[in-house]
Design a protein around this ligand. Structure first.
Ligand code: 8YV
Length: 326
């Protein structure tokens, strides 16, 4: 990189791979993570040309971003970027990048693990053994099984396809709901989500968060899924109407749920915690050292690539780089 080092603002936990990776080529400033993104920027705002977001810090919106008159790029951690107003950035000539692909297989592995855990009650049977109950009698046979289930995929993007590949190998029939049918897929496409929920007994939710998918899984969808129904959410808490899900579980309108994400993380509703038959993971879809390091590295590499003039490596669709406005 030639000339003066660009000033980068790091928002969120100062991860070593990100802060260390940036420190040679950039002047790195850190926003105190405990005070969130809206604290006073102590006169550095005018110098900032790039922002690195190290996890899902909420509130990276237009009002926040417009404090930086020289801002060129926001490089955020995670494939989901609903915490960044990418549309505002796109309209204002700011590139946004995320970290797709490097987490696809890991999240798909976790999704299948959560599905199996939920239908075969694996966490519950493990708790049973630890409590010494096996010495008394065997764990009860599970009412649910993956055998004879049909999975309705809600979303068929990169991670959805990786999950589908795994379920194909398991011999599990699948159909999918996506805005448009996708060429080359052997599964039936349902344009109508309620109709798909009625036709299957298992939903695997793997769509992006944001306004378009807010409360997509509502009371009507859960009702259509029915009393043998299992809901797996690997996407964002915002995609599921959480109070409606709690009511459906309490009323046994559906049988169970496996959740990796919640509306108000890291807080999980007491009603869900109280349900023994529901499997709750603390948003660990991509959370291995192996994969998180690749995601952190991609946050850095997007900034490096941009500032040596090679363009962003993984821009989001709203970014001017793709729409030709930049
Ligand atoms: C992360 C994710 O756990 O990539 C995503 O969209 O949800 C996960 O990989 C998330 O970004 C939390 O920081």
């Amino acid at each position: 990189m030639q000339g003066e080092k660009p000033d980068i603002l790091v928002i969120g936990v100062p991860k070593p791979v990100i802060v260390g990776g940036l420190s040679t080529d950039f002047t790195v400033h850190r926003l105190n993570e405990t005070r969130g993104p809206n604290e006073a920027l102590d006169g550095i705002a005018a110098r900032i040309r790039g922002i690195a977001v190290t996890y899902m810090v909420p509130g990276i919106d237009g009002a926040f971003l417009k404090q930086f008159p020289r801002l060129e790029i926001v490089s955020t951690f995670g494939v989901g970027y609903d915490h960044v107003d990418a549309a505002w950035a796109g309209r204002n000539g700011v590139v946004v990048t995320n970290t797709p692909d490097v987490l696809t297989e890991e999240v798909a592995d976790t999704a299948v693990g959560l599905l199996l855990s939920t239908v075969r009650e694996l966490p519950q049977s493990e708790r049973y053994l630890r409590a010494g109950n096996w010495l008394e009698r065997p764990y009860p046979l599970t009412r649910m099984t993956l055998r004879n289930r049909t999975v309705g995929m809600v979303g068929m993007g990169r991670i959805g396809r990786a999950i589908a590949r795994r379920l194909d190998a398991f011999g599990v029939p699948m159909v999918y709901h996506a805005r448009r049918p996708q060429p080359g897929l052997p599964y039936q496409h349902y344009p109508d989500l309620v109709a798909m929920a009625r036709a299957v007994d298992t939903l695997m939710v793997i769509v992006p968060g944001g306004a378009e998918t807010h409360n997509l899984i509502d009371a009507k969808v859960l009702q259509a899924l029915g009393p043998d129904g299992v809901l797996i959410n690997m996407a964002r808490g915002s995609v599921v109407d959480e109070p409606a899900l709690i009511k459906a579980l309490q009323d046994r309108a559906i049988f169970s749920a496996g959740l990796d994400v919640y509306a108000n993380e890291p807080s999980v509703p007491q009603e869900l915690l109280a349900m023994e038959h529901v499997v709750l993971l603390p948003h660990v879809g991509s959370a291995s050292l192996h994969t998180r390091e690749k995601m952190d590295r991609l946050v850095v590499d997007n900034l490096l690539s941009w500032f040596v003039g090679k363009g962003p490596l993984t821009p989001v669709p709203e970014t001017p780089w793709l729409t030709g406005k930049g």
